[in-house]
Design a protein around this ligand. Structure first.
Ligand code: GLN
Length: 232
């Protein structure tokens, strides 16, 4: 049985709650942020540690400085979007992405990255940076969540275990977007364009770290860093 932590941090009124993993780089370990507003943050942090990256929990705009990449975890895209807006992270994050910051969105994170979100709530804050069309909750309700294995040729080796929790489907991808994985019926569930990666499922919940390793490799290909917050 898979459980997803859904802890929401206390709000800005309580002062900075940014007490996560200290931003200390070890050797040449890439510093990879995990947006820590809501969703399964701890699981991504643990997976990043296992693959030799330095995780940085991001709740404040200043924590975007000097990241080599950022993961937007699964959770609830409406809540994460609302908190992104409340914590003044939407605009700086869009700027960082425009500068080439590699970002991987899992499930709700993939929804936040998508340019076209179907069945979004009216006014739902979104980043809208990756040329894919996603449909929220396309597999049905929470009880219709499921686990399966996927062929992901880019990862090589055995099929990848994939956990879908009230997941979106990627209904189409734009030009230049690589489809990384499909369900047997053809539904697209993972896609990438350059430094932007979207998975409809939750690789952090399976103990198979190949997607995290893949994202670290994507961050190593990119030379772009998030500009320091002071310059924005
Ligand atoms: N259904 C959620 C949403 O629309 C995503 C679920 C998840 O991230 N596991 O945001």
């Amino acid at each position: 049985m898979v459980t997803v932590a859904n802890g929401t941090p206390s709000g800005p009124a309580d002062g900075p709650a940014d007490v996560g993993v200290p931003p200390v780089a070890v050797g040449s370990a890439p510093r990879i942020g995990v947006l820590a507003l809501q969703g399964d943050v701890a699981e991504h942090v643990a997976a990043l540690r296992r693959v030799g990256a330095t995780p940085v929990e991001v709740r404040l705009p200043a924590r975007l400085d000097d990241l080599d990449g950022l993961i937007i975890p699964g959770g609830e895209s409406t809540t994460i979007g609302k908190l992104l807006a409340e914590w003044a992270l939407l605009a700086p994050l869009r700027e960082c992405i425009a500068e080439g910051l590699p970002v991987w969105g899992t499930c709700a994170g993939a929804i936040l990255l998508a340019k076209d979100v179907r069945d979004a709530l009216p006014g739902q804050p979104l980043l809208g940076v990756l040329d894919i069309a996603v449909r929220r909750n396309a597999f049905g309700r929470q009880v219709q969540s499921f686990e399966t294995v996927l062929d992901v040729p880019r990862l090589g080796g055995a099929p990848f275990p994939a956990v879908f929790i009230r997941a979106p489907q990627i209904e189409s991808v734009g030009e230049g977007v690589e489809v990384l994985a499909r369900l047997p019926d053809g539904t697209i569930v993972a896609a990438r364009r350059g430094p932007l990666l979207a998975t409809a499922f939750h690789p952090e919940l399976t103990g198979d770290d190949r997607f995290h390793r893949f994202f670290v490799a994507v961050t190593r290909e990119s030379s772009a860093d998030c500009p320091p917050v002071a310059t924005r």
